[in-house]
Design a binder for this molecule. Structure first.
Ligand code: SF4
Length: 396
């Protein structure tokens, strides 16, 4: 943060505060306990309050989390804008107090903007976001601060039994003119707050499935609009493996640096049972081609899938497939727990069969350990980074 300025303040109510004016964010800390972060348009995006942490998405919804303590058990809940308004408004009020205590012109400008974003203004802002972007279904956890550019909408397959992220959204892709208009709308919405966005993520579920003659002109538009922006996207193995190393290289030359692959499992029988097309071998071929094109990968494993019935084959075959992928230190390995949602087709398949119920959190943790115990990274001293991918914590 080369231009960051730190101001120490005494608020009119006597509390002490520090105000950080960064080049992408404004952060106010009151009594070292209440910490609020806003983007450069004055939208709150992360709050630390007495009752836990809040992350606010651009659509106005919030995720409230609290670790287990003497005050109560661990908590994680999604809030509507109305449900989160008290916490958001409390942070805005602290900014108002800081405005009364601060004379630095740069601080006054930032704080005035934050204070102007009351509940009504934030509501209008969320509607403007949805107009410019449309809904964003899911992102890998390391991409929450990317700028999501939706080359496609929905999922080209839309039939995996454990997923209904895009069920109500027909799959389509944007023409070059539509993409230019989409980028202009995003720039108009974000304004200077685009500085908080660290790279591009190409939405939605499977943007890279587009045939190369359709895909490259779209990537060329983005490379011209956002030169040097690191670019990432999802692709599924059965469509991704159709592209050659040469085609992936062409994408990499236009900025593509990382591709996330929903492997789910290395067990072909479980994959078929989950109704995800393709095979684990497709995923190995895809990752091998991406590596040859110098594109890093993020591979996602679905813990608990297939319950007890598939548990052993899932762990053993997933470890073997991950080993064959030749994952290196620049790659990511994500473990995502199956979310037990009765509205999923998965739940209907599993109903009445106890050995098909999703495993509990402790059993999933053991499954993760079992995979890692027999997975052999290419460079044992520098394995890929592993992390948890909890779709219940997604906020954009
Ligand atoms: S898991 Fe991926 S491929 Fe399957 S339906 Fe969901 S978004 Fe589509």
């Amino acid at each position: 943060m080369p231009d960051a300025t730190l101001l120490r303040l005494r608020l009119p109510d006597g509390r002490s505060a520090t105000l950080l004016l960064g080049d992408t964010t404004t952060v106010l800390s009151v009594d070292d306990t209440l910490v609020s972060s806003w983007d450069l348009s004055g939208r709150p995006y992360a709050l630390v309050r007495e009752d836990g942490t809040y992350r606010r998405g651009l659509n106005g919804h919030l995720l409230h989390k609290r670790e287990a303590s003497a005050d109560g058990p661990r908590l994680r809940r999604r809030l509507s804008a109305e449900e989160g308004a008290v916490s958001v408004e409390a942070a805005r009020h602290e900014a108002e107090l800081a405005l009364g205590a601060s004379v630095a012109p740069k601080a006054v400008h930032r704080l005035e903007r934050i204070v102007s974003m009351d509940a009504a203004a934030l509501g209008e802002d969320a509607a403007r976001f949805l107009d410019a972007s449309g809904p964003v279904g899911i992102l890998p956890p390391d991409q929450y601060l990317s700028l999501v550019v939706r080359l496609t909408e929905g999922c080209s397959w839309n039939a995996c039994t454990f997923c209904r992220l895009y069920r109500d959204m027909p799959f389509r892709w944007k023409t070059p003119d539509e993409l230019r208009a989409h980028v202009a709308a995003l720039r108009g919405y974000f304004g200077e707050s685009i500085a908080l966005r660290r790279g591009l993520f190409l939405g939605d579920a499977n943007a890279l499935c587009l045939a190369t003659p359709h895909l490259l002109p779209l990537l060329e538009i983005l490379a011209a609009e956002f030169p040097d922006a690191p670019t990432a996207s999802f692709v599924d193995a059965w469509t991704g493996q159709r592209k050659s190393v040469r085609e992936w290289r062409a994408c990499a030359q236009l900025g593509l640096g990382r591709v996330y692959v929903g492997l789910e499992t290395g067990d072909p029988d479980l994959l078929a049972w989950l109704r995800k097309p393709g095979t684990p071998d497709d995923a190995v071929a895809l990752v091998t081609a991406l590596h040859e094109a110098d594109v890093d990968v993020g591979v996602i494993v679905l813990l608990g899938a297939g319950g007890e019935r598939f548990s052993r084959a899932h762990a053993t075959n997933t470890a073997a497939v991950l080993t064959r992928m030749g994952l290196g230190p620049r790659d990511l390995l994500y473990f995502s727990e199956l979310v037990d949602d009765p509205s999923l087709e998965y739940a209907r398949h599993a109903a009445g069969a106890p050995d098909l119920q999703a495993l509990g959190p402790e059993e999933c943790a053991r499954q993760r350990e079992a995979v890692l115990a027999t997975f052999h990274p290419t460079e044992p001293a520098s394995p890929p980074r592993t992390a948890t991918y909890d779709i219940r914590e997604f906020v954009y």
